[in-house]
Ligand binder design. Structure first.
Ligand SMILES: Cc1ncc(COP(=O)(O)O)c(C=O)c1O
Length: 402
């Protein structure tokens, strides 16, 4: 059993930091430079090398990354962005933050993401073309982009969605908060023509405490990404203060305070060296869950699509019969903490009031939300822990069967 069980609790997720991270933070203390600086710069360089992309900008979260990605594309008031409602709230909030409208598209039950067909159907149903621009029939807004969420670490059908984006002249922003290290064939998520946003929040596949990265191949976007993430200033503080130039700067756009600190950058560098190992362990544990849970008739685990490598950020199972909340409660009694990803965004109080959607509008996302649970999964878990979770699930379900 893992050490956490001896503490009486199996967490849903746990950060895996060690001596290397400790030493990395010490390095920052010795240098006595804490905000954006050499560690962040090296982290960006190493992340670029890891993915094989041309541009990487480190930020304080994936939420910040999504926000500056939309700003860099010039998306704002009067624009519309297609997105799944089956995501973390911040994916959608960044669209609202820039003043654009989120056009929700329901998910496919097989991978919990909108299919390319559903995306195209939505364009055709809700928009009409005038002079090469797709305008909303009901709101008049211009369709500008698709926000693609790689749910649970499985890549979305990116190539098909890219073909669609080209056909309708749309940009793509990828929410890869779950997907560091995921790939489609040999293509790593975060490479290619889109702006891709990663998260290094504490429960993610690699962490810098809080943190995020936006990547792209379009070098022309880098300056805007950096400006929007530091008050709209045209130079970074480190370059300004440590450089030889005069201490003046200009503000070119309305920007935000989204830059990554060197403490985060140092942690990120240490974690990046381990992320492939972490993901390998996640895959092994997920395969074990899949194997054991195959015998449980009340549960379904959707298989990954052929040709993709998931980063296995989450292990999601669907309860086909019975009360999911009761199962969550019973597992908690057995000191197993699970989670649910996600409550569809249109069901939140704020979004219900602000957006013209109502319960029942996205039946697949709503039905799946009622059935799913994310089981504990993190690299320092052991095989016995998976066995303990599976045995507990089986016991609870057998009891409710009567
Ligand atoms: C799908 C998705 N997008 C975005 C985010 C936001 O990430 P961050 O906490 O780094 O802003 C999360 C965080 O859990 C997420 O799950």
């Amino acid at each position: 059993m893992g050490f956490y069980l001896t503490n009486g609790h199996l967490p849903f997720s746990e950060p895996c930091l060690g001596r290397e991270e400790w030493e990395a933070v010490e390095r920052v203390f010795r240098r006595n430079w804490y905000t954006t600086g050499p560690e962040t710069g090296e982290f960006e360089r190493e992340f670029r090398e890891y993915l094989g992309c041309r541009c990487a900008v480190a930020l304080h979260s994936a939420t910040a990354a999504l926000h500056v990605a939309l700003l860099t594309l010039g998306i704002g008031a009067g624009d519309e962005v297609m997105v799944t409602p089956f995501t973390f709230v911040s994916t959608v909030n960044t669209i609202l933050e820039v003043g654009a409208f989120p056009v929700f598209v329901d998910i496919d039950e097989n991978d919990y993401m909108p299919s390319p067909e559903a995306l195209e159907e939505t364009v055709r149903r809700e928009f009409e073309e005038r002079d090469g621009v797709w305008y909303s029939r009901s709101r008049g807004g211009k369709l500008k982009a698709i926000m693609v969420v790689h749910y649970a670490g499985q890549p979305a059908k990116l190539e098909e969605i890219e073909a669609l984006a080209q056909k309708y002249r749309l940009a793509i922003v990828e929410d890869a908060a779950h997907a560091v290290g995921a790939s489609i064939g040999k293509r790593k998520i975060g490479t290619g023509q889109n702006l891709t946003c990663f998260s290094f929040y504490s429960n993610k596949n690699m962490t810098s405490g809080e943190g995020g990265m936006v990547t792209c191949d379009e070098i022309g976007w880098e300056k805007a990404l950096r400006m929007f993430s530091l008050h709209g200033i045209d130079k970074e503080a480190y370059a300004r203060l440590k450089g030889s130039g005069m201490p003046f700067y200009d503000v070119k756009v309305l920007g935000y305070k989204y830059n990554m600190t060197d403490l985060q950058g140092a942690l990120g560098r240490a974690q990046l060296k381990k992320v492939e190992l972490f993901n390998k362990k996640r895959r092994e544990l997920a395969d074990l869950y899949t194997h054991y849970l195959g015998e449980v008739e009340e549960l379904a685990v959707r298989p990954l699509r052929d040709g993709v490598t998931s980063s296995r950020h989450l292990f999601v199972a669907e309860l086909l019969r019975g009360d999911r909340d009761e199962l969550l409660r019973e597992l908690l009694h057995r000191r197993i903490q699970c989670s649910v990803h996600f409550r569809p965004v249109h069901l939140f109080t704020y979004h219900k009031e602000r957006l013209p959607y109502k319960e029942g509008d996205f039946p697949k996302a709503e039905a799946i939300f009622e059935r799913i649970l994310s089981l504990p999964l993190f690299p320092t878990m052991e095989e016995e822990d998976v066995a303990y979770v599976v045995e507990s699930v089986k016991t609870v379900l057998a009891r409710s069967r009567g």
